[in-house]
Design a protein around this ligand. Structure first.
Ligand code: PLV
Length: 327
């Protein structure tokens, strides 16, 4: 792994490994490759996009960073700000666990404000805070610089994989990751590779938009995957789904996402959030087979799963969910 995050002139994210998962491949019956972005220092892929946005914006000069986040975007923004020597204020909804707020304060020196029941409410507050001059407002998913940063994940994977995958699997919250992956896939010549966009029920704003042919605002986030909880997906994600037939939106229940997190912990000894479990559930469960039966996917010999990671999880929390869902 390259620690480019420590160089003042380089990107804030690291190059992460893409590994072949022998346990998951044995289970799935095809080769499953994992892009391990859970290994990024702030705990998720988010630093790719947010780091890119912050580096670009800093060229115009700014004195402070403000970001509203379900947790992981905030950790990325706070880490980025620390590396760039800027103060940061991170606005979290009440649903974000207290230990994430502590991490933000203690590890990255950020100021934390808890505002709103869901991220959308925290965001409205953050936008207002950022109206003062010289403040850089960092959106967690809806900005072209964020997508450009996320696209590096695919550029790396294309160099690391032994072949072009038959499918790429990704979780969707506000859609920033999906938009960025899509951008990367066009760049590396994977334009024809299908993409499976995973959400959990109760955080399924992308699926609702795709089904209705227009953006839909969910009444609430009822899934345990709070980090997939944007009430409305980005307009760009809907536009991509309408333009390209090879983006397949799939919704699973929370139990399957949590079950995948548990299996992944045993198989690879990594703890990830249900937001990431949603993607892993596609290869642990029958999502791929289901799409093939519907005629949406052809033969799959190789799948690439984006292990987006996430810090809003502990062993104890995972055990609580395991009991709650009788797993
Ligand atoms: N999380 C955002 C939005 O939360 C945040 O503020 O951290 N996987 C993980 C671990 C995530 O944290 C997120 C987004 C996603 C996937 C989805 O990424 P997106 O929003 O770019 O689709 C409310």
């Amino acid at each position: 792994m390259s620690h480019s995050g420590s160089r003042a002139d380089g990107p804030l994210h690291m190059v992460t490994p893409t590994i072949r998962s022998f346990p998951i491949s044995a289970h799935a019956g095809y080769d499953v490759f994992l892009k391990l972005d859970n290994l990024q220092i702030p705990g998720s892929f988010k630093i790719r996009g947010i780091g890119n946005l912050m580096k670009k914006a800093s060229q115009q000069g700014c004195k402070k960073v403000v970001c509203a986040s379900g947790g992981n975007a905030g950790l990325a923004a706070a880490y980025g700000a620390k590396m760039m020597g800027l103060p940061a204020t991170i606005v979290l909804p009440q649903s974000t666990p207290a230990f994430v707020a502590d991490k933000l304060r203690n590890e990255f020196g950020a100021e934390v404000e808890i505002v709103g029941k869901v991220w959308d409410e925290s965001n409205a507050y953050a936008i207002n805070l950022a109206k003062q001059p010289d403040i850089l407002y960092v959106h967690p998913f809806d900005h072209p610089d964020i997508w450009e940063g996320h696209s590096t994940l695919i550029e790396e994977a294309a160099k690391q994989l032994p072949c072009k995958p038959d499918v790429v699997i990704v979780s969707v919250g506000g859609g920033g990751l999906l938009n960025g992956l899509f951008m990367g896939m066009q760049k590396v010549g994977w334009g024809s590779v299908p993409c499976v966009a995973m959400e959990t029920r109760g955080a399924d704003s992308f699926n609702a938009a795709v089904k209705n042919g227009k953006l839909v605002t969910l009444p609430d986030i009822t899934s345990v995957a709070k980090c997939l909880g944007a009430l409305t997906v980005s307009a760009k994600s809907l536009e991509l789904a309408q333009q390209y037939q090879n983006i397949h939106s799939v919704v699973i229940n929370d139990a399957k996402a949590v079950d995948a997190c548990l299996k992944f912990a045993d198989d690879h000894r990594y703890l990830v959030e249900p937001a990431c479990g949603a993607s892993l559930a596609a290869v642990y469960g029958d999502v791929i087979k289901g799409l093939q039966k519907e005629g949406k996917l052809g033969e799959v010999k190789t799948a690439l799963v984006v292990v987006c990671g996430g810090s809003s999880v502990t062993l104890k929390q995972l055990e609580t969910w395991r009991d709650m869902f009788h797993l």
